[in-house]
Design a protein around this ligand. Structure first.
Ligand SMILES: [Mg+2]
Length: 504
């Protein structure tokens, strides 16, 4: 059969209609926001098994709604712990944090670092530190990853920790207040954990799933397409069996008539997986009964249609005998899903980065400004070169003048050169200042378009951010949602950028 999209037969015609139904482009790339980006070459036809995380991967949460829920529950817990009642009505910005930030528990700041761990932006509460304050606090040194002092925000789930922490700092920090920021941050985290653990949040979410979780009608066709191409699918989530069942039923229940239940899309279903330790221990799987309780018997095989809990990568590989490099795991958590899978197994990884949509929109909308920023940087570098050259020449001329030239004529000549160079230097300084001002303004505008507080999540000025660096290092592929897989054939060859060194 031909791959050519040319219409020849009726059957071709039907097939094209079918493909159009599935919104598959016949040629060319999907639009940027629907693309899957590639760091390391990956051929989908060499993948036999595709695994999925659930929260923030198959299930995209409506971030502002879910944060509000989590923050209000957390504020209540903090007040119960003895914090002032005013926290119940404090102002907070759910759009304040981004992934990849560091909380400095000693100074109570929140930081964005570049790939070399230099602090590029810092906020105290929701107030940005001035360049001078930032210099004083971090002395232009790399931040050492000391977990006693710094806590890294590496999942979307953890964003609300920063929202609450910064809001409380805004609320309670006065010049006279003595706040133990480390204690405060720990209290915020415990309160959020408690709110999640005591089930009150999950109860509210499962009672109104449509309010908290996006329903993407392309999800069922995406999974179906992978299955039709002969791939096995599995679900590997840290969520408990009952919550998984509720969310997955909402996402896939009644999606396609061929699938009587969400469970029929998967060959293996693992809940309460406790990633990242799933990847490093040898825990056994337990089967979950209809009552939600684990069966006492030992799991010797993983069966389709049943729900398991716990387990480990070692057990998974023993029971399924799938070659690790033929498994593609799709997850959103840089540490729990992507980094661990990469380090402990041969699994290939597709990372879901929900933020990518906004980044791509900003990039597209401000492409002219971004190009201009690059141009201005080049121009500034050229001006600085010119400046340095003239300064060196001026020094040489001055030296000759200081040596009192024998001939009067020579002295006049040197003096004229000195004046010319000085005028040149002044002129370049004025030009450089203007370029710097335009560059600063434009860069700030671009940053704001990416995110009002932090700029791009993946970049820090012209460098990668520490989050961007992790994505580049550990994710073979990345995209903003699972259903972008629908835009590619099941045998697609994803090619990474050809790496170039500076001399190439
Ligand atoms: Mg997740």
């Amino acid at each position: 059969m031909s791959d050519s999209p040319t219409l020849r037969h009726d059957s071709d015609h039907q097939q094209l209609a079918l493909l159009a139904d599935l919104a598959v482009p016949l040629e060319g790339q999907p639009p940027p926001s629907r693309r899957i980006y590639c760091n390391r070459n990956l051929r989908l036809d060499q993948i036999d098994v595709v695994g999925f995380d659930m929260d923030y991967t198959l299930a995209s949460y409506k971030q502002a709604e879910i944060d509000r829920l989590s923050i209000e529950a957390t504020a209540k817990k903090l007040v119960q712990k003895g914090y002032p009642d005013s926290l119940l009505s404090m102002k907070y910005r759910t759009n304040f944090p981004i992934r990849g930030l560091l909380v400095d528990k000693r100074l109570g700041n929140v930081l964005k670092t570049d790939r070399y761990r230099y602090v590029k932006k810092a906020f105290h509460g929701t107030r940005e530190l001035t360049t001078e304050e930032r210099r004083q606090a971090y002395q232009l040194k790399r931040v050492r990853p000391d977990p006693r002092r710094y806590h890294s925000i590496d999942s979307l789930f953890a964003l609300s920790e920063v929202t609450v922490f910064s809001a409380v700092v805004d609320e309670l920090d006065t010049p006279l207040a003595q706040i133990d920021y480390g204690q405060l941050f720990d209290d915020v985290r415990t309160s959020i954990d408690e709110a999640h653990r005591d089930g009150s949040l999950k109860e509210i979410i499962t009672a109104d799933l449509a309010r908290y979780i996006e329903h993407d009608k392309d999800l069922a066709p995406t999974l179906h397409k992978l299955r039709s191409a002969g791939k096995k699918l599995f679900l590997l989530t840290n969520s408990e069996p009952y919550y998984t069942d509720a969310v997955m039923s909402y996402l896939l229940g009644g999606g396609l008539p061929e699938y009587p239940s969400w469970k029929s899309y998967f060959d293996i279903i693992v809940t309460s997986a406790a990633k990242p330790t799933f990847f490093t221990t040898a825990n056994l799987f337990e089967e979950v009964g209809h009552d939600g309780q684990p069966h006492p018997h030992k799991v010797k095989e993983l069966h389709r249609g049943r729900i398991y809990r716990g387990g480990s990568l070692a057990e998974f590989e023993k029971l399924t005998s799938e070659a690790g490099d033929r498994v593609l795991y799709v997850g959103d958590h840089i540490y729990g899903d992507v980094l661990r899978a990469k380090k402990e197994s041969a699994w290939r990884t597709l990372m879901i980065i929900q933020e990518l949509t906004d980044e791509l929109t900003a990039m597209e909308r401000l492409s002219a400004e971004i190009a201009r920023v690059d141009k201005l940087e080049e121009r500034l570098a050229a001006l600085q070169d010119g400046l340095r050259g003239r300064q060196a020449m001026l020094k040489a001329v001055q030296r000759s003048l200081d040596e009192k030239p024998a001939a009067r004529e020579r002295e006049v000549e040197l003096e004229a050169a000195r004046q010319r160079l000085k005028r040149g230097i002044d002129r370049i300084r004025v030009q450089a200042k203007a370029v710097e001002a335009e560059h600063g303004e434009l860069e700030a505008e671009v940053e704001r378009a990416f995110h009002p507080f932090w700029g791009s999540a993946l970049k820090a000025e012209s460098e990668l951010s520490s989050f961007g660096e992790q994505v580049e290092r550990y994710a073979c592929l990345y995209t903003d949602r699972v259903t972008n897989l629908l835009r590619y054939t099941a045998g697609h060859y994803f090619r990474g950028p050809r790496h170039r060194m500076a001399h190439e």
